[in-house]
Design a protein around this ligand. Structure first.
Ligand code: LLP
Length: 421
């Protein structure tokens, strides 16, 4: 459920008409709902009630500081994967003690920044990383709290580009070698082993792979305790999927996911962390765009929008589906027709949808892409020198621009033409 609903024949974000925001901000833009962020964060909190837990929002899914501030105010921790994301989370007011640092290629400079600024834990992904982290921590006279990310060799049954838990993926250390690597970690001078981490992929629409992975992690926890490690925290990653195609999908609910977590690890007496991104931010955002032209092609009509693949790359990159709806609600009896929905960028990949059934649309009409709050704005680029589009946040009947559209000068003045040219 989200807070983008039709009222009086037009699309609203909470209590604000999307059309009004478009008139003030100009299209295209991302639009987020505070109430939806709250709702989805709360679903996880409720699902984990009874367990000592921290829900760490995956900042990579939506890193706008206003979004982070809101979730931080609700009590969320943050999962970051770069020095930049760490800086954003801190700037949004999140304390280091609630930030976990994930990622397969942390640099010395990032480790230093994070150790100095405060960190809940590093999720370490390899032996070389362990060695470097110990060295960096020692040079600062501190110890680094860590979990080790294990790769459970489980098929997440999701898109191959976002599956991470198979042995052929670059992530984590093979679970079969975990005890050996934990022994190595414990032997290092500036490492404090506190737990185990796992993340098997994103947009999972089946709970079975989670169950397989979490049971393996539970077994490993028992074995590590026998080996003398004080395992007191499990980071179970993110990955729960959302219904991108609403008429045709019903992924598992957070409450079912929470019950599964309790079943698998509830008797271990550990603190549980999860790192959801998409399920919190995905349906809390839409992308609003205007139809520039409707062009008749060979056997099809093209809906040419002012948004393009540089603004929302998921369809081009993963063949992803996003529901597209008109901002002015169509009559219930209105005839639908198939459109190829495309952007203005100069490549055929700049196609959002093929033969998508939509009510008749004309130039100047507004459309909204649903489920665009996760991996939308964060993955956008200035390809074709198209400015990054604004982000807007709604709360009840108020809205604010939380990232403004840059002027062309701001973009082109970043280039430096050498004097010798
Ligand atoms: N934790 C780790 C270590 C991750 O790598 C990820 C996502 C998450 C948590 C959050 O997963 P979520 O709950 O959002 O599924 N750009 C792709 C998704 C990439 C996901 C990468 N890792 C997309 O647009 O589908």
């Amino acid at each position: 459920m989200d807070h983008f609903l039709y009222k009086n024949g037009e699309l609203y974000a909470e209590d604000v008409a999307v059309r009004e925001i478009a008139a003030q901000v100009g299209t295209p833009f991302y639009l987020y709902s505070t109430a939806t962020l709250t709702r989805h964060y709360s679903l996880f909190k409720d699902a984990l009630a009874g367990l000592d837990n921290l829900v760490c929002f995956a900042v990579k899914s939506n890193s706008n500081q206003a979004v982070l501030r809101h979730l931080g105010n609700l009590g969320a921790g943050m999962d970051v994967v770069s020095g930049g994301e760490y800086a954003r989370a801190r700037a949004a007011g999140v304390d280091g003690s609630k930030i976990v640092f994930s990622g397969v290629g942390k640099t010395r400079a990032e480790m230093r920044t994070v150790l100095e600024g405060g960190i809940r834990q590093f999720n370490v992904e390899s032996e070389p990383e362990l060695a470097v982290l110990s060295e960096v921590a020692q040079s600062l006279g501190v110890t680094a709290p860590i979990t080790i990310r294990v790769n459970p060799d489980v098929d997440a049954k999701t898109h191959e580009k976002i599956a991470t838990g198979k042995s052929e993926n670059k992530f984590g250390i093979p679970i079969a070698r975990a005890r050996e690597v934990y022994a190595y970690a414990a032997s290092l001078p500036a490492i404090d082993v506190i737990g185990v981490d796992v993340h098997i992929g994103s947009q999972l629409t089946d709970l079975a792979p989670f169950e397989l992975a979490y049971n393996k992690v539970a077994d490993l926890t028992r074995a590590l305790r026998t080996d003398g490690h004080n395992i007191r925290r499990l980071d179970l990653g993110g990955g729960l999927g959302i219904p991108y195609e609403r008429s045709n999908s019903a992924p598992p609910l957070p409450v079912e996911y929470g019950a599964l977590i309790k079943r698998c690890v509830g008797d271990l007496g550990v603190e549980v962390e999860i790192e959801p991104g998409r399920l919190i931010s995905g349906n809390a955002g839409i992308l609003v765009s205007e139809v520039i032209y409707v062009k008749s092609g060979e056997g099809r009509d093209f809906l040419i929008l002012d948004a393009a693949m540089n603004d929302l790359i998921r369809p081009a990159m993963y063949g992803a589906w996003h529901d597209i709806i008109p901002v002015i609600e169509a009559e219930a009896a209105a005839e639908q027709r198939p459109y190829d929905v495309v952007g203005p960028v100069c490549e055929t990949g700049d196609t959002f949808a093929k033969a998508r059934n939509l009510p008749k649309l004309v130039a100047g009409d507004l459309v909204a892409f649903r489920s665009a709050g996760a991996y939308g704005a964060v993955m956008s680029s200035e390809y074709n020198t198209r400015p990054l589009i604004p982000e807007v946040l709604v709360k009840d009947d108020q809205f604010s621009v939380i990232r403004k559209r840059p002027e062309f000068d701001e973009i082109i003045n970043r280039d430096i033409v050498p004097e010798w040219l």
